[in-house]
Design a protein around this ligand. Structure first.
Ligand code: NAD
Length: 498
C-alpha cells in the first residue's frame, strides 16, 4: 500500500496544532500493515487549550443569529457532498466498512447538515397566555455553553455530525474527541469545518486516548455538557463524572437488538432484513440484529434460507468494491468476538456456520471474523443478553407472539427492535409493548433517519435522543420569560381571588 501517511493534528481555535507529547498510529483493520495516519496523544494541557478556545468563542457565537449559524452548517453539508467519495474511501480504509456503507456514513452527515440547517430558522419556543392581565409569557431556547462530544469509531463521520450540527445550530461551541481507531476521518472533517467559515474556537478537535484525553474533557470544570456515544461501561463512567460535577450528559450506549419473525411474515422480506441487520457493518452497529426470534412454524425453513444467504456473503477488504462484510475494527474486538464464541459453545449453542477468525489469503493481515449463525440459543444465555458487536446472530425459537416480545425485552438494553408480521393487530401490540427506543415493522433493526429521534431505553441511554428536533432539547436550555406591561406589581403564586 502506497498511500501517503496522514498526520492528524489537534484543531484548536481555528488552527491545526502539533501534539505536545507522543503521537499514536491509526491502522487499516483490513490490513494492519497499512498505517493510515499518526495522531496526537493529547494531554490534559491540550484539552485545557481547546476548552479555553471554546469558552472564548462561545461569547460571540451564541449571539450570531441561529439562521446565520445554520448557513455555515449548510455549507459544511455542501462540502461533505463535494468530498463524499474521498471521505468514503478514507472511512473504508480506516474503519473497514464496505464502500457503499461508507458512502452512507457520509450521506448521514450531509442529511443531518441540511436538516439541522432548517432548524436554524425554526428553533421554536412557545407563547402562552398569562394568568394575569397585561402580561405576556413565552419560552425560548438558549445554548448550554461549551459541549464535549465524544464519539465511537463505527460511524466515524455520521456520529460526529449528528452531535456537532445541532450543538452548533443551537449556539454552543464544541470540543470533539474522536475514537482512537478513526481519528483521520474527523481530521478530514475539521478541514471542512474550517473551509465552511466557522469562526475560530467554535469547533475544536482533540485526539487521544479515552482514558486520558476523553476523561480530562469530561472532568473539565469549564465544560457544560457531555454528549457521549460508546459502550455502556464507558458511558457509566462518563455519566458518574457528569453527575458529580453537575454537567448535562447525553449518553448513547450499547444494544442487544432482536428481530421477531412471525409465522405469517413475508419470509423473503424478513430474510433480507435479517441478513442486512445482522451482518451489515460486520455487526458493529449499536442497532445490529444479534438475535433472531423465530416462530417455531417457520424456524426450520427460515434457518435454511438464512444459511444459504450467509454462505454467499463476500468477506473482504473494506476498500474492495466487491466486499459485503468487512473486518472488525481491531484485534481487541476480534478477541472479544472469539471469546463470545467460546461462551456460546460452553453454553450449549450450536454453531451452524462461521464461528472462527477468517484468515485465508487476502484476509490474513486483517481482523476478520466469519459471518456466524448460532442455533439453540435460549433467553437466559449470556450470548442472548450481552452485546457481542460482531457478525454473530443467535436463533431463538418461540411458540407465540407474547413469548417473542417477552424474550425481546429480556436484556438490559433497549435500543432497536423489529417485527415481521402481516397481522396489523400484532404490529400495533409490538409498537406498544417493546421496550426499545426504536421499533421497525417489516424492516430490519438498522436504518435510522436523521429527522427522527434516535436513542434507547434502559441501559442503552439516559433518556435523551439524538437528531430530529429531540436534539434541540439536548443542546439548549429552556428560558421562561414573563413580560409585565400592566405598570403595577401583579403577584403570582399567591391566592389573588380574595
Ligand atoms: P468506547 O466506550 O470504548 O469508546 C467511545 C468513546 O469514548 C471513544 O472516543 C473513547 O476514546 C472514549 N472514552 C473511552 N474511555 C473514556 C473515558 N473514561 N472518559 C471519556 N471518554 C472515554 O466505545 P467504542 O468501542 O468506541 O464503540 C462501541 C460501542 O459504542 C458499542 O457498545 C456500541 O453499541 C456503542 N454505540 C452506541 C451507539 C448509540 O447511538 N447507542 C452508536 C454507536 C455505537
Amino acid at each position: 500500500m502506497t498511500a501517503p501517511l496522514i498526520e492528524c493534528q489537534n484543531y484548536i481555535n481555528g488552527q491545526w496544532v502539533a501534539a505536545s507529547g507522543e503521537t499514536l498510529e491509526s491502522r487499516n483493520p483490513s490490513d494492519w500493515r497499512d498505517v493510515v495516519a499518526t495522531f496526537p496523544r493529547s494531554s490534559a494541557a491540550d484539552v485545557d487549550a481547546a476548552v479555553a478556545a471554546a469558552r472564548k468563542a462561545f461569547k460571540s457565537w451564541r449571539l450570531v443569529p441561529a439562521p446565520a449559524r445554520a448557513e455555515i452548517i449548510y455549507r459544511v453539508g455542501e462540502l461533505l457532498l463535494q468530498h463524499k467519495e474521498k471521505l468514503a474511501q478514507l472511512i473504508s480504509r480506516e474503519m473497514g466498512k464496505p464502500l457503499t456503507e461508507a458512502r452512507g456514513d457520509v450521506q448521514e452527515g450531509i442529511d443531518c447538515a441540511l436538516y439541522m440547517a432548517g432548524e436554524g430558522r425554526r428553533m421554536f419556543g412557545q407563547t402562552t397566555p398569562s394568568e394575569m392581565p397585561n402580561k405576556f409569557a413565552m419560552t425560548m431556547r438558549i445554548p448550554v455553553g461549551v459541549c464535549a462530544l465524544i464519539t465511537p469509531w463505527n460511524f466515524p463521520v455520521a456520529i460526529p455530525c449528528w452531535k456537532a450540527f445541532p450543538a452548533l445550530i443551537c449556539g454552543n461551541t464544541v470540543i470533539l474527541k474522536p475514537a482512537e481507531d478513526t481519528p483521520t476521518c474527523v481530521h478530514y472533517l475539521s478541514q471542512l469545518f474550517h473551509k465552511a467559515g466557522l469562526p475560530n474556537g467554535v469547533v475544536n478537535i482533540v485526539h487521544g486516548l479515552g482514558e486520558e484525553t476523553g476523561r480530562a474533557l469530561v472532568e473539565h470544570p469549564d465544560v457544560n455538557l457531555v454528549s457521549f456515544t460508546g459502550s455502556s461501561e464507558t458511558g457509566a463512567e462518563v455519566g458518574s463524572v457528569c453527575g458529580r460535577t453537575h454537567k448535562r450528559s447525553c449518553l448513547e450506549m450499547g444494544g442487544k437488538n432482536a428481530q421477531i419473525v412471525m409465522a405469517d411474515a413475508d419470509l423473503q422480506l424478513a430474510l433480507d432484513g435479517a441478513v442486512w441487520g445482522a451482518f451489515g457493518t460486520s455487526g458493529q452497529r449499536c442497532t445490529a440484529t444479534s438475535r433472531l426470534i423465530l416462530h417455531r412454524d417457520i424456524k426450520e425453513e427460515f434457518t435454511n434460507l438464512l444459511l444459504e444467504r450467509v454462505h454467499q456473503l463476500r468477506l473482504g477488504l473494506g476498500t474492495d468494491p466487491q466486499t459485503e462484510v468487512g473486518p472488525l475494527i481491531n484485534s481487541a474486538q476480534l478477541q472479544r468476538v472469539n471469546h463470545y464464541l467460546e461462551i456460546a459453545r460452553a453454553e450449549g449453542t450450536k454453531v451452524l456456520t462461521g464461528g472462527e477468525t477468517a484468515n485465508t489469503e487476502n484476509l490474513a493481515h486483517g481482523f476478520f471474523f466469519q459471518p456466524t449463525v448460532l442455533d439453540r440459543v435460549t433467553p437466559e444465555m449470556r450470548v442472548a443478553k450481552e452485546e457481542i458487536f460482531g457478525p454473530v446472530v443467535g436463533l431463538i425459537e418461540v411458540g407465540s407472539f407474547e413469548e417473542a416480545i417477552a424474550i425481546l425485552n429480556n436484556t438490559p438494553y433497549g435500543l432497536s427492535s423489529s417485527v415481521y408480521t402481516r397481522d396489523v393487530n400484532l404490529a400495533f401490540q409490538a409498537m406498544r409493548d417493546i421496550e426499545a427506543g426504536i421499533t421497525y415493522i417489516n424492516g430490519p433493526t438498522i436504518g435510522a433517519e436523521v429527522h427522527l429521534p434516535f436513542g434507547g431505553m434502559k441501559q442503552t441511554g439516559n433518556g435523551h435522543r439524538e437528531v430530529g428536533t429531540a436534539a434541540l432539547d439536548v443542546f439548549t436550555e429552556w428560558k421562561t420569560v414573563y413580560v409585565d406591561y400592566s405598570g403595577s406589581l401583579q403577584r403570582a403564586q399567591i391566592d389573588n381571588r380574595d
